[in-house]
Design a protein around this ligand. Sequence first.
Ligand code: ZN
Length: 230
Amino acid sequence: MNWNSSKGWLSKLALDQDCILCKQVSQELLCPVCSNDIEPFNLHQYDFNLLNHIRIARELKTAEFERLIAIGDYQWPISQLISDLKFAHKAYNGKALAELFCANSLPDEAIPQAIIPIPLHLNRLVERQFNQTVVIAKHIAKRLDIDCLADALTRRKKTQAQTQLNATQRIRNVKNAFELKSKIVYRHVALFDDVITTGATLSAAVDCLSGAYPTMRIDAWAMCVTPQNR
Ligand SMILES: [Zn+2]
């Protein structure tokens, strides 16, 4: 991962403030101590597809997609950036996370024409007033100069929180959860979620899209992967 370009961008965003995580004095949004704590996957080693990573492929064996890109495991400091964005609405974290994602220098063939963030059910969106996945996806789209189709999918089923369920229950919980809301004119898209655990949610969204567009290439993107067997 090219951290130098990431750090350069982060420094341009600095608001004469301290590190957004540890509050130490820093010229950058993430200070060197916090950014050095990130243990990114070496995507190049896996041919820009984490399903070539043995542990991840085993954990996502029921996934209905063929290509996955994520930054790293769900651990400090990425976990904190996501949590603060989600629950404390710290908007700058969305930009920082998007930049960390884009620091991967993806090859041209891996870059889709559009990114589609996984939507929340309307009731949950009203409750929370914020979908952190959309916020990050919009920043990624801007950085990669691609479209962000935040309204392409809708979540018609109010699902239980996946964190309380096992792998089989997760698949059942999100089956038919999504509905296509608008026409998609692209041949290659990436569905984006902030965190991927079993892949059940992303798989349900892939199912929905591929049902309508059988020849469309649909990649799965996430900020991070939660290892299940820890
Ligand atoms: Zn820091």
